[in-house]
Design a protein around this ligand. Structure first.
Ligand code: EPZ
Length: 439
């Protein structure tokens, strides 16, 4: 699951407030799923606003190419056509380097009757099991077995089913949604995830010819169809990139406009920004974020959409190191998403972790030993240090720490950030940060 380490790093001289305009890329957590869904048809599908430089997208296209897809990459566009699938076995190394591979179960079973997909491992943010994916696919009539390295999915046509998820998992919802498009009859996914990236996937599938309803109580209802067609779609802008840059701007006491940031997808984030005493302004083509006065502490709890997203908590934690008082973050989505805190302490951050559920209701990790609550004391004057990135979102938060710290920081592990952010150093430089990428 972890990207191969190399020694590409960022050198940052902190202290410059971020100012200017940047544009967010298309959402990686949508684009990669849309590519998978395109394998449900033999026709050509075209994506605009595709984040083609992001590593996770490149791995996804590599996997599809090996399966038989013909892919044309342009400037922000991606065309994919999968007339034939040569084999349904996903390469182990590629499959293990992304969580997208498991979503190919449905398209491959539909096209070939069989799929062999590497068994995904955990990663630094948690064990990340796929039990809900497997249970869902089994309910649709898929026979699932395992060999030493791969899950083997087999079926001669799927049948609609009632599937209630124990937790509104994004990946399990997507997997069942994609697999059930051709299932005979009706599939109901209860307690489904309804993240904006899932709605984007539903919109694309609708354009392809699917019949999918969303009801207000986390239910997604899919009426099986016989055929899907090619479609053209604009990938939604990346709300996680928008939230990450917003935190960076405010923590640096700056003022930036984030083009393509979408208010609808950031409602909870925007409320939180205002509660801590920072400001935003929705403008014609995006959202302006700016520092206004001393930041106030806050207690937040991460949650599934429409809650405060788990991918926002790391950049937000850096912001909280600059607030005047004690803040609390209760992480309820992943059990190990505070692995990045130790390194930040080297820079002077005052953060303590607890295995209790602080600042909210008990979550599903309440009786575990996982350190999933953080108490952050601010304001801290951060100072430059050499630190190692453990994962994607933590990596972005280290860049923010470097940008607001006094002196030079060396941030090792650019490869993690490149998985999910395009041209990150260039974007930060355009906002006035003193940041260099060293190979
Ligand atoms: C997606 O991961 C995103 N990744 C994550 O972003 C994001 O943090 C997450 O959704 C939550 O919004 C992609 O879209 C590629 P989940 P996913 O299934 O689908 C447990 C990033 O940095 N679970 O909603 O893997 C799981 O262990 C990444 O861009 C089960 O127990 O997330 C976790 O605790 C990181 N069994 C929780 O549910 C299952 O079968 C949420 O996982 C599936 C999940």
């Amino acid at each position: 699951m972890e990207p191969t380490a190399n020694n590409t790093k960022f050198i940052i001289n902190g202290g410059n407030p971020l100012r200017g305009v940047i544009k967010v890329a298309g959402a990686k957590n949508s684009a990669t799923k849309l590519i998978v869904a395109s394998l449900l048809t033999k026709d050509k599908c075209i994506f605009h606003n595709s984040p083609n430089k992001i590593k996770d997208l490149q791995v996804t296209t590599q996997i599809c190419s090996l399966l038989g897809s013909k892919i044309k990459i342009g400037n922000g566009t991606l065309e994919i056509q999968t007339k034939e699938i040569s084999n349904g076995i996903i390469d182990q190394e590629l499959g293990n380097s992304t969580r997208i591979a498991i979503l190919l179960a449905g398209p491959l079973v539909h096209r070939l009757g069989k799929a062999e997909i590497p068994i995904p491992g955990g990663c630094r943010i948690g064990s990340r099991p796929v039990n809900l994916h497997i249970e869902g696919l089994k309910k649709l009539g898929c026979n699932v077995s395992m060999n030493d390295t791969h899950y083997v999915f087999e079926a001669d046509g799927l049948k609609g089913a009632d599937i209630k998820l124990d937790f509104p998992s994004v990946g399990a919802t997507e997997n069942i949604l994609i697999a059930s498009i051709f299932a005979k009859g009706r599939t109901i996914i209860s307690n489904a995830a309804v993240e904006p990236e899932i709605i984007d996937l539903i919109k694309f599938l609708q354009k392809m010819g699917a019949i999918i309803e969303i009801s207000t109580d986390r239910k997604i209802i899919i009426e099986g169809v016989k055929k899907l067609y090619g479609a053209t779609h604009r990938v939604i802008p990346d709300r996680n990139e928008a939230a990450s840059f917003a935190c960076a701007a405010i923590a640096s006491k700056g003022d930036i406009i984030i083009e393509d940031a979408v208010q609808d997808d950031l409602i909870t984030f925007l409320n939180t920004i205002r509660r801590v005493g920072a400001e935003y302004q929705v403008v014609e083509n995006g959202i302006r974020f700016y520092y206004k006065c001393k930041l106030k502490p806050i207690a937040i709890e991460t949650n599934v959409h429409p809650g405060f997203m788990t991918d926002w908590q790391q950049p937000f934690a850096i912001l909280m190191t600059q607030a005047n008082g004690i803040s609390i973050i209760h992480e309820t989505v992943y059990e190990k998403r505070f692995g990045y805190v130790e390194e930040l302490k080297k820079m002077g951050a005052e953060i303590e972790l607890y295995n209790n559920c602080l600042g909210g209701l008990p979550c599903r990790f309440a009786s575990s030993q996982y350190y999933h609550s953080a108490v952050i004391k601010g304001p801290s004057k951060l100072k430059g240090a050499e630190i190692n990135i453990p994962d994607l979102r933590a990596g972005f938060s280290y860049l923010i720490a470097g940008i607001i710290a006094e002196g030079e920081s060396v941030i090792n592990g650019a490869v993690y950030i490149d998985r999910g952010y395009e041209d990150i150093d260039i974007k930060f430089r355009n906002l006035g940060a003193d940041i260099r990428r060293i190979h």
